[in-house]
Design a binder for this molecule. Structure first.
Ligand code: AMP
Length: 394
């Protein structure tokens, strides 16, 4: 078990926290979705209640190791002030850390200090030792509360943790507890639903889940590589030809392990990759050569819903179709609804599935929606996440 913020004395301490403030911005630089900021609040509030000073750091976007004013964390500081109702001092230094920032960290314990985008320094992604030590001068203790970057070993998570007493924050604790709990000791039957564009992104997840799940449902664009593996035409549907043999292998492994690998029975197919394209529903053996599958069909929705209702636990990662197009969002929306309306432990992997749940307004009905896309995928692959691994055990 990893140490958490509760295991550390934060009173009168400078608590350096790695947050995930990698929020989407519009062209004007305004934050379009503040979920990642609100998700960080419990840890920040706890530190303040206990009399510590939160010193927050995060990356934002991909500034390629040098200052890029479009990717400043200034709007995050403003949003934090709005949400917390207290002053946030923004250390607006392009070099992120210097003597003046260290001085700021020692002043005004009732104020939060926010650093500039850690990726303004190339040493961040290199996990460079000196930069890590410099950052560590800002805190008496370190908390990793950025699940979304925990699959990367960077200076602001792994590097700093090597130099300070440390623990995880409430957000990371919940991710470990919910995703890790289901992977280690799921309430059975466990059904995994995997979708999204490509099989190649999900191979390791499928491999790992073959050891844990009772059933694996495959939807989305990745299903067509399996359709081809069964010897059927996929028309103009998205297909990874070089992964057909692998799909065959996965089907064989599933059979050996007695895991049901369930594929869609039918698809909504269209002539063009467009919301306005005319569409029809066809069975999986009859995809016409000039059509592409953009969503699962009604029979598939019915079958998948039945299997979900029989489950105690469901892990879901990846949409069932091109859910960004309203006409091809039904499969994904129906999965959201079935999960929300039934008494099921539902763990939603980050990224597109999380976006679909939010679009349907059903966040509150899910057991857990991960804040990390890549990190939740690697967790589900059974990989060690370096940002969590480095944190001290209890
Ligand atoms: P991923 O990031 O791998 O989870 O993939 C998500 C993307 O897969 C979304 O943008 C979907 O639009 C896309 N997708 C899902 N189903 C299909 C499909 N049948 N054809 C093409 N793209 C799809």
């Amino acid at each position: 078990m990893k140490k958490t913020i509760r295991d550390l004395d934060v009173k009168n301490k400078r608590v350096l926290v790695r947050c995930d403030f990698n929020v989407p911005l519009n062209e004007k630089g305004d934050i379009t979705d503040d979920n990642r900021i609100t998700a960080a609040l419990p840890t920040i509030k706890y530190i303040m209640e206990k009399g510590g000073k939160p010193i927050l750091m995060s990356h934002l976007g991909r500034p390629k190791g040098k200052a890029d004013k479009k990717l400043t964390l200034a709007p995050v500081g403003k949003k934090l002030e709005e949400l917390l109702g207290c002053e946030v001092v923004f250390a607006d230094y392009d070099d992120v850390i210097n003597e003046e920032v260290v001085e700021l960290s020692k002043k005004d314990f009732e104020k939060i200090l926010l650093l500039q985008n850690t990726r303004f320094r190339k040493e961040e992604k290199e996990n460079e030792e000196n930069f890590s030590k410099e950052l560590a001068k800002l805190g008496d203790v370190f908390i990793n509360d950025a699940f979304g970057t925990s699959h990367r070993a960077h200076a602001s998570n792994v590097g700093v943790a090597k130099n300070l007493p440390n623990g995880v924050g409430f957000l990371v604790e919940k991710e470990i507890d919910k995703i890790g709990g289901v992977l280690k000791n799921p309430e059975k039957p466990l059904v995994a639903i995997l979708g999204g564009a490509k099989v190649s992104d999900k191979i390791n997840v499928i491999e790992n889940l073959l050891n844990i799940a009772d059933k694996i449902i495959i939807g989305g664009g990745m299903a067509f590589t399996f359709v081809a593996a069964q010897g059927y035409e996929v028309g103009k549907s998205i297909l990874e030809e070089d992964k057909i043999d692998l799909a065959k292998e996965l089907m064989k492994k599933a059979e050996e392990k007695r895991v049901d690998l369930v594929l869609p029975l039918d698809y909504k197919v269209a002539e063009e990759f467009s919301n306005d394209s005319e569409w029809k529903t066809v069975s999986y053996e009859n995809i016409p050569s000039d059509y592409m599958g953009l969503d699962i069909g009604e029979k598939s929705i019915e079958l998948f819903s039945k299997l979900i209702k029989e489950a105690k636990t469901v892990i879901w990662n990846g949409p069932m179709g091109v859910f960004e197009f309203d006409n091809f969002a039904e499969g994904t929306e129906e999965i959201c609804k079935v999960l929300a309306e039934n008494d099921i432990i539902s763990i939603i992997g980050g990224g597109d599935s999380a976006a679909a749940v939010k679009k349907a307004g059903l966040e509150d009905s899910m057991t857990h929606i991960s804040t990390g896309g890549g990190a939740s995928l690697e967790f589900m692959e059974g990989k060690v996440l370096p940002g969590i691994d480095i944190i001290s055990d209890k």
